[in-house]
Design a binder for this molecule. Structure first.
Ligand code: MN
Length: 409
């Protein structure tokens, strides 16, 4: 009897996600089953980011995804769903999400891996203790780096390192990168959001992967480490271990390839609620706290100088005059700049002055991904305006130009 062994793919996976130490909610989402692994990192005011990431992940998970063409269609559909939801619901305007996926394709004789990516979430492969980033980031700094205008050290601390140039849901159409790979036993894939890669460098990630813990423990360790380093963003990690078995093809007792003992992962398990709060809230809070700081400083002065009343009064009057003058200057005018991937109007001087931080005046639906390089650079630095009308006119012009460019292309 002629028995030819066949190769069978077995995957073991585990994931972890956390909102981190600073953010009020978790706008990351993830999904895992035996044939599909997805991480998404949502963005947009209100709860837009949460909604976008969840819609995208769920749409891809529900779609047909046997081969590369179907997988690309699934992501295109996710883009349409997020884009249309953002148009239909005003409170979700401008939402978007990254999406990075590792999937098993069945189009060839033996299974292959397909990687698809939009945005700056990443997929790495860990092989022979070497970590290799397989996806290309669609971010402003990554593009500057690809053009040789920025090195890795400068990129790591660049103030606009989180600005995306491509995202799911922002436009009616989206460009998707893809790669096809052969499965190799012993490979370990890491899917993660930028909350992990902004806190940890590649060598720290590699170190955790080399410890040889199971996927779930490794994912938890990486998310925990990102939190230890500051946890300034939501962080999400999915780990997939590749096992390839040679099996006797005539053995009919073998379970089918998809019949694995592991259960799928869907995080968050429920659709998040739609927005209630105002998007300006966090910035308004910042504005308030700088006012409080200024008051307590004056209060201390009064008490310390009680013994020399006259000098105190003179100092106090001078101080108040100075604070008032500087404050008036710092708070005068408006500027147009970029906050959390959106074009915004802020009250005050660019970058602030002493303890007078600029405060958010008006949020816009215009996202950094929609801007040309030239506009992005200009707004990243900020454009000072003399009054609110001038700032609003500037934004209106920008919006008109974007609409013209979009309908013209
Ligand atoms: Mn993020």
């Amino acid at each position: 009897m002629n028995v030819s062994p066949t190769r069978r793919l077995r995957l073991a996976w585990g994931g972890a996600t956390d909102q981190g130490r600073i953010r009020a909610n978790n706008q990351d989402a993830m999904y895992a089953d035996s044939g599909l692994f997805v991480v998404a990192d949502g963005m947009g005011g209100h709860q837009g980011g949460e909604v976008a990431a969840n819609l995208a992940v769920r749409t891809v998970a529900k779609a047909d995804r046997e081969d590369l063409a179907q997988l690309r269609d699934a992501i295109t559909e996710a883009n349409q769903v997020v884009h249309e939801t953002a148009i239909e619901q005003p409170e979700l305007h401008g939402m978007g999400t990254t999406l990075t996926a590792l999937a098993v394709s069945r189009e060839a004789e033996s299974p292959q891996f397909v990687i698809l990516n939009v945005g700056d979430s990443r997929i790495y492969r860990h092989r022979n203790s070497q970590l290799e980033q397989l996806t290309e980031d669609h971010s402003y700094v990554a593009e500057l780096m690809r053009r040789g205008e920025l090195d890795e050290d400068a990129a790591a601390v660049h103030p606009y390192r989180n600005m995306l140039t491509r995202a799911i849901g922002v436009h009616a159409e989206v460009e998707i990168d893809d790669w096809v790979l052969d499965p190799v036993a012993g490979d370990r894939f890491i899917l993660c959001s930028d909350g992990v890669t902004n806190e940890l460098d590649d060598s720290e990630i590699a170190e955790q992967l080399t410890l040889g813990q199971d996927p779930s423990a490794t994912a938890k360790a990486l998310v925990g480490l990102a939190n230890d380093r500051g946890g300034r963003d939501n962080s999400t990690v999915l780990i997939v271990d590749v096992h390839v078995e040679l099996v006797d093809s005539t053995d009919e007792d073998l379970p089918p390839e998809d019949d694995d003992s592991q259960s799928p992962i869907l995080a968050p398990p429920d659709q998040p609620n739609l927005p209630k709060s105002e998007v300006e809230e966090s910035s308004v809070e910042q504005g308030r706290s700088s006012t409080v700081k200024q008051r307590s400083w004056l209060y201390d002065r009064v008490h310390i100088k009680l013994g020399t009343v006259i000098i105190s009064v003179v100092l106090l009057v001078t101080s108040v005059a100075m604070v008032t003058t500087i404050g008036w200057y710092a708070r005068s005018g408006y500027h147009v700049t970029v906050v959390a991937n959106h074009v915004v109007i802020q009250k005050g001087r660019i970058g602030g002055l002493l303890w007078f931080e600029p405060t958010l005046q008006q949020w816009t639906e215009i996202q950094t991904v929609q801007l040309t390089d030239q506009d992005l650079r200009r707004l990243a630095d900020g454009e000072q305006m003399s009054d609110l009308t001038e700032a609003q006119d500037f934004v209106a012009n920008l919006r008109t130009r974007l609409l013209e460019a979009e309908s013209g292309s």
